[in-house]
Design a binder for this molecule. Structure first.
Ligand SMILES: *[C@@H]1O[C@H](CO)[C@@H](O)[C@H](O)[C@H]1NC(C)=O
Ligand SMILES: *[C@@H]1O[C@H](CO)[C@@H](O)[C@H](O)[C@H]1NC(C)=O
Ligand SMILES: *[C@@H]1O[C@H](CO)[C@@H](O)[C@H](O)[C@H]1NC(C)=O
Ligand SMILES: *[C@@H]1O[C@H](CO)[C@@H](O)[C@H](O)[C@H]1NC(C)=O
Ligand SMILES: *[C@@H]1O[C@H](CO)[C@@H](O)[C@H](O)[C@H]1NC(C)=O
Length: 502
């Protein structure tokens, strides 16, 4: 996740688990109940993290739901039991990580552990020691250290035997202290760079607990509803989608993520020119976001009249190089090479001046130069993409430059979220992603979230800008996406399916 982005998202739902195992024709459901929410601020690079670690009011797992301020759907979690007799934990189900972690009773020097349920292996008759030391960074800053061991896990009425657990004995994180949940159940693919990863769906399948080698997720984005969502292991709940699922293959990769390829992106009835040759998208049930690369999001922001910020670098690039960029593209220069041809981007980092006397001076200068260079280079690359897309639509150079100049005013605010004028919602365009050649439309009612703050109506776009370095240019399909489209994770056939959620 880009560390330089300083977006803020203004608040998060807090979700508290409520264990409602329901058995429908051999399927196992874990109901995800929403109970709390609280206004909460965080920097952009913490969005995903805060979704996991936001500050929430304390409530008991299994309590009837307590509604606080209803603000934004960002967190969904349920309850599992570990050991015999089962010790209960509130957990998030996260398709982007590949381990199951809970705090350990051996965690005695981290404040975060003191505030959460801790797993005591000596109190479990089914505990099996493995004892492999393990550590990970969770979210962006939580350093988790512990041991891999093994025990039984009760999950939605299923008893999964001898599941490998990451027992966390040190949680070095301030944000974790206030997290309402205790741990996380990873539902990614095995991370090939990490031989220790052990997915619970894999264990379930091995032990013949599943009717089908799938799990499916539905998030209820209706803040008024009592039931906050469902995850079903082994099947789908026909009550929460309509029509047939569109399936697309999972792209095999090293990181073990659920990655797919998506097609052309439409703003209203018009192709935006993006993703005509395919773009990567990552399915992340642990992220609240629906996000795309900033180049696309800026165009969306412009189209929906979102308040953005003016980018001086962008204006500079367009006024000084706009025509040259157009001409280079017209003459068939590879779009990836345009910005280096006009010396706004450099290949490698060897372009830095080496004529400065001291190392420190060089270092200072290097930091300065690279920040400016990066901004200009990034503005140039965006300009190239926009120009190229407009050229596909056979616009004249005059129209293109005028449009691109306007986009320079719609950059995502570095310290704010994407606020739009509420009275424009009715006139805003549909936004449509193409998956498996089928359109997946988001209406303004679905992608704009309206809230009341200090008696004032605030409307925010749910399309955020995130420039993921890897897989480069990826979209992230998080809670917002899965709220609109019921998602089936078919690990047996290495594919993902989507249908309209109801
Ligand atoms: C904390 O745990 C460590 C190892 O698990 C143990 O050696 C130590 O004695 C414990 N400290 C306290 C105060 O319980
Ligand atoms: C874990 O459980 C054992 C056995 O019930 C108990 O003696 C021990 O004090 C517990 N440890 C903690 C840290 O609660
Ligand atoms: C340990 O298990 C017993 C039942 O076997 C239970 O009564 C007790 O509360 C448990 N202690 C902890 C610390 O979980
Ligand atoms: C988009 O197409 C639909 C159906 O063809 C039409 O009803 C609608 O008016 C069009 N919208 C715009 C903005 O052109
Ligand atoms: C937007 O999409 C919805 C749902 O697919 C559709 O009913 C509506 O007509 C679309 N609006 C426009 C302006 O095309």
């Amino acid at each position: 996740m880009g560390v330089n982005n300083l977006f803020q998202i203004l608040c998060f739902w807090a979700i508290i688990s409520c264990f409602l195992p329901l058995t429908i024709s051999g399927l196992v459901r874990i109901s995800l109940k929403r109970a709390h929410l609280q206004h909460h601020q965080t920097s952009f690079n913490e969005i995903r993290f805060s979704r996991k670690l936001g500050t929430f009011e304390v409530a008991n797992v299994g309590d009837s739901i307590i509604y606080l301020k209803n603000y934004m759907n960002t967190q969904f979690y349920g309850e599992i039991g570990i050991g015999t007799p089962p010790q209960k934990f509130a957990v998030i189900f996260d398709t982007a990580i590949s381990y199951l972690w809970v705090p350990s009773s051996k965690c005695n020097s981290s404040v975060a552990c003191d505030f959460h349920h801790r797993y005591n292996s000596s109190n479990s008759s089914t505990f099996t020691k493995i004892g492999t030391p393990y550590d990970i960074i969770y979210g962006t800053e939580a350093k988790l250290i512990g041991i891999l061991n093994q025990d039984n896990v009760e999950i939605g009425g299923l008893l999964v035997k001898n599941q490998i657990l990451f027992e966390v004995t040190s949680e070095d994180s301030l944000t974790l202290v206030h997290a309402k949940f205790d741990g996380v159940v990873g539902l990614a693919f095995p991370d090939k760079s990490d031989g220790n990863a052990n997915l619970i769906w894999h264990t379930m399948a091995e032990q013949g607990l599943l009717e089908k080698k799938i799990f499916s997720i539905w998030f209820n984005m209706d803040p008024e509803a009592e039931l906050g969502g469902e995850i079903v292991f082994g099947g789908v709940d026909p009550n929460h989608f309509k029509g047939k699922h569109t399936y697309v293959p999972v792209i095999q990769n090293q990181d073990g993520i659920w990655q797919i390829e998506i097609g052309e992106f439409f703003i209203g009835n018009h192709s935006s020119g993006y993703c005509q040759e395919g773009c990567p998208a990552v399915l992340d049930s642990g992220s609240p976001l629906l996000s795309g690369p900033s180049t696309v999001i800026i165009e969306i922001n412009h189209a929906i009249g979102a308040k953005g910020v003016k980018s001086m670098e962008c204006k500079e690039v367009v006024s000084q190089y706009g025509k040259i960029i157009y001409d280079l593209l017209k003459s068939g220069v590879n779009p990836d090479k345009v910005c280096s041809q006009i010396s706004l981007c450099f290949i490698g980092s060897q372009h830095l001046r080496n004529d400065l006397k001291t190392g420190q001076e060089r270092q200072n200068r290097k930091e300065l130069t690279s920040v400016t260079d990066d901004l200009l280079c990034s503005a140039c690359q965006k300009t190239v993409t926009w120009t190229q897309n407009q050229m596909k639509q056979e616009k004249t150079i005059k129209e293109i430059l005028k449009y691109v100049r306007k986009l320079c005013h719609s950059f995502p605010a570095p310290a704010g979220d994407v606020v739009v004028p509420c009275d424009r919602i009715k006139r805003m365009p549909n936004l449509t992603l193409t998956i498996g050649n089928n359109p997946f439309t988001f209406t303004p009612q679905q992608y704009i979230r309206t809230t009341e703050e200090h008696d004032k109506k605030i409307c925010r776009s749910q399309f955020y800008a995130v420039d993921l370095p890897s897989p480069a240019g990826s979209w992230i399909f998080g809670n917002v996406f899965m709220g609109v489209y019921h998602s089936v994770f078919d690990f047996g056939n290495q594919r993902v399916g989507f249908a309209e959620a109801v």
